[in-house]
Design a protein around this ligand. Structure first.
Ligand code: CA
Length: 253
């Protein structure tokens, strides 16, 4: 999950960045309203945490700019003694609010709820061949065997799984898996793909993670496997038909 935090209090920012990163979230931070609006429009986040009191532009102004173009879920942070801020925030398109000071666990709960709500129809359990990725439980297994993945590897796998069949460029992967400060000139993506591939495909005969030369990476069941599965289905259907015929034949006088 990718989140943008728009907040100017360094203490709150550090606390949230640390806690959320530990839970496997990709965290971008904007320390003022202008930067916040820019990042919110430029990139796609699963959810945005938006403080009301900000330098350059306040949270309401950022929200207004964002809502003119995008429906990214927004949780607003309001001060305890500004009850009107909550009402105004919700009226102007915020999806939820929390009053400072707040508990980290409560914030995480709310963020998950918001991300789930917007995903709506999107399943939180994705399957690709014999691979199952549980986005909420943050687990993945193949052929019933649990894959031991680091937080980054899981994030990478879920990004690929949510867009299975689509070729993702290195730039797209960088954007979705790392934060904006990431230096894309390094070969971190290749290294991460290599590690993930070793765990995901290494022990299994069917490979799911493919490199498309000059374009990027794709997670999918390739045709030879699909054909094999189709053949298996056809074989089963034929068996079924034969069995039915036999049964009918027995029943007939
Ligand atoms: Ca503030």
């Amino acid at each position: 999950m990718k989140i943008l935090i728009v907040e100017d209090e360094h203490k709150v920012v550090d606390y949230l960045r640390c806690g959320l990163t530990e839970q496997g979230w990709v965290v971008d931070v904007a320390l003022d309203g202008e930067e916040g609006a820019h990042l919110a429009l430029e990139f796609d986040y699963d959810v945005i945490v938006l403080d009301v009191m900000l330098p350059k532009r306040d949270g309401f102004s950022v929200l207004k700019t964002l809502r003119a173009q995008k429906s990214t879920p927004v949780l607003m942070l309001t001060a305890r003694d500004h009850v009107n801020d909550r009402v105004r925030g919700l009226r102007e398109g915020a999806d939820d609010y929390l009053t400072k000071p707040f508990s980290f666990l409560e914030l995480v709960e709310r963020l998950h709820a918001l991300a789930r709500r917007t995903r709506g129809q999107e399943s939180t359990l994705i399957s690709v061949g014999d691979l199952y990725v549980d986005l909420i439980g943050r687990r993945a297994n193949r052929d019933g065997i649990r894959l031991e993945l680091t937080a980054k590897e899981f994030q990478l796998l879920s990004v690929l799984a949510r867009r299975q069949g689509d070729i993702l460029s290195k730039t797209a992967i960088t954007e979705l898996v790392w934060d904006v400060n990431f230096d894309s000139h390094t070969n971190v993506v290749e290294t991460a793909i290599k590690r993930l591939r070793a765990k995901l495909d290494g022990p299994f005969p069917t490979k799911l993670l493919h490199t498309v030369r000059g374009m990027g990476y794709v997670l999918e069941v390739r045709d030879e496997v699909r054909n094999e599965m189709r053949n298996e289905e056809v074989r089963n259907e034929i068996h079924e038909e034969i069995r039915n015929e036999v049964i009918e034949g027995v029943r007939l006088p």
